[in-house]
Design a protein around this ligand. Structure first.
Ligand code: BES
Ligand code: MN
Ligand code: ZN
Length: 482
């Protein structure tokens, strides 16, 4: 449960813990100043002696202060106000929430005056949740109740909707591949659609065959789990042409016959993070009733090995009619997206964003925390980049020069599914996708790195991160109000 209170004396709030924030090298203001005053200048002294950290996301817990009704005061550092990193609201609140989730607590009060407040609320509900889905003793324990001081109901509602969306995305990614496979993922779409109020159309194997989705079906054909393609529609913008969000939903990527080594295969339950991000964003967009038309399309398959597996040298005919020669069965995501993108085009999308854990090469290029942007439209790409940077979910462009097109030419078919060796691997993958969006303005976001963290950060557990849910919602929110 999450509520808001207008109480201005936070020192009198009855809760198991009270969270305040302190900026670096700046006089205390607002709630922090009140706490300082009632404690006889304790905060000022502890900041002076460096026993309270004012570094970004630095946490100091002060139990048993007589002047504070809550038995525990948690001070979170906010850093230098002139150098505030984007995403600070989400991270600072998340860091306090994660710290306080070390044991069961009933009620936590947040007195953080951060902007955007909705992001802070979202962080407070996200930082306390971990990847410990199947642990008897949870390593992170969310509190029963969260109360936000002096926060508007709008911000509270928006923050809650965002955090529920991120939670859905993270849970689907953290769930193992024996629980989440194409059918159960499609069921999750239907459940979310029912609750949030967007429509959901599910294509099964037979429909995918009718629709000639030969690239997606080839990836799926060795699996015991039948494929699905889900089309979700949020109709908030009258007759306007829709924006499409397209997601890679490989619920497990063994690599196929080009099999992955065990170490690389271990976390390949995460290979549906693009699809999970699309679903999370659709849920938030619908719950916020944004005045736009958005279609979410996710291609759901398991990339497995059997006597019926697709093979090197196979020629696939994609839904668009383009033929693709298979040079590596581990370059499967682009094949799934080829058909999903062509569905977005025939659905009449006038702008397309796709999200995919597409390449290890993108992680080599940009690291584990930054997504790669590849596009056929500079302005649209800049718009996505700016939204991502403002949310603290950094993504950065890679070039899409026409010379890269040479690298995916095939001698037998129109194109092949990999480039030449490893060179430019993130870009050659995007070049294949580009073949399937016609001339629709399109941005591809390679989220192979940032969608899943090997190590925890101060504000979030390791595992699925929910990266780009907030960016997509803020981007589409801006389109709605523009
Ligand atoms: N799902 C992987 C990409 C990936 C790697 C995601 C690491 C998350 C973490 C993708 O299907 C893949 O296997 N890509 C290959 C492409 C290669 C065969 C051209 C890769 O990146 O090695
Ligand atoms: Mn693969
Ligand atoms: Zn993959």
């Amino acid at each position: 449960m999450i509520t808001t209170t207008t109480m201005d004396k936070v020192s009198t709030i009855h809760a198991d813990a009270l969270v305040i924030g302190v900026w670096q090298n700046t006089e205390l203001t607002g709630h922090a100043r009140e706490v300082d005053r009632v404690t006889g200048g304790l905060l000022t002294r502890l900041i002076e002696s460096k026993d309270i950290s004012t570094d970004v996301c630095g946490i100091t817990a002060l139990p048993g202060l007589e002047a504070i009704a809550a038995p525990l005061l948690v001070v979170v550092g906010l850093g230098d106000p002139d150098k505030a990193p984007s995403g600070l609201s989400f991270r600072a609140a998340g860091a306090a929430a994660k710290h306080l989730a070390n044991r069961a607590r009933r009620k936590i009060a947040y007195a953080l005056e951060l902007d955007p407040a909705a992001d802070a609320v979202c962080g407070s509900m996200t930082g306390c949740r971990g990847q410990d889905l199947y642990q008897a003793e949870k390593s992170l324990q969310p509190p029963e109740e969260i109360v936000w001081c002096s926060t508007s109901n709008d911000d509270l509602q928006k923050g809650r909707v965002l955090s529920e969306a991120i939670h859905l995305t993270r849970t689907l990614v953290n769930e193992p591949a024996n629980r989440i496979y194409p059918e159960t993922f499609a069921a999750a779409c239907e459940e979310s659609g029912q609750a949030a109020g967007f429509t959901v159309e599910v294509w099964d194997q037979q429909k995918l065959e009718q629709e000639k989705c030969g690239a997606l079906l080839a990836v799926s054909q060795a699996s015991e789990r039948p494929p699905r393609l889900v089309i979700m529609r949020h109709q908030g913008g009258g007759n306007a042409a829709p924006l499409a969000l397209v997601g890679k939903g490989v619920t497990f990527d063994s690599g196929g016959l080009s099999i992955k080594p065990s170490a690389g295969m271990l976390t390949m339950k995460r290979d549906m993070a693009g699809a999970a991000t699309v679903l999370g964003a659709m849920q938030a967009i619908a719950n916020l009733q944004l005045n736009v038309n958005v279609i979410g399309i996710v291609g759901l398959v398991e990339n497995m090995i059997s006597g019926n597996a697709y093979k090197l040298g196979d020629i696939l005919t994609a839904r668009s009619g383009t033929t693709i020669e298979v040079h590596n069965t581990d370059a499967e995501g682009r094949l799934v997206l080829a058909d999903a993108l062509s569905v977005a085009v025939t659905e009449g999308a006038t702008r397309i964003i796709d999200l995919a854990t597409l390449t290890g090469a993108c992680v080599v290029a940009l690291g584990n925390t930054v997504g790669g942007l590849m596009s056929n439209d500079e302005d649209f790409c800049a718009q996505v980049r700016e939204a991502s940077m403002a949310c603290g979910e950094a993504a950065w462009p890679l070039p899409m020069f026409s010379e890269y097109d040479e690298l995916i030419k095939s001698k037998v078919a129109d194109i092949k599914n990999v480039g030449d060796g490893r060179a430019g691997g993130a870009i050659t993958a995007a070049k294949l996708l580009e073949q399937f969006v016609d001339d629709v303005p399109w941005v591809h976001v390679d989220i192979a790195g940032p969608s899943f963290a090997e190590k925890p950060v101060a504000w979030m557990d390791a595992g699925a991160s929910g990266y780009f849910v907030r960016t997509l919602v803020s981007l589409i929110d801006d389109m709605a109000t523009a």
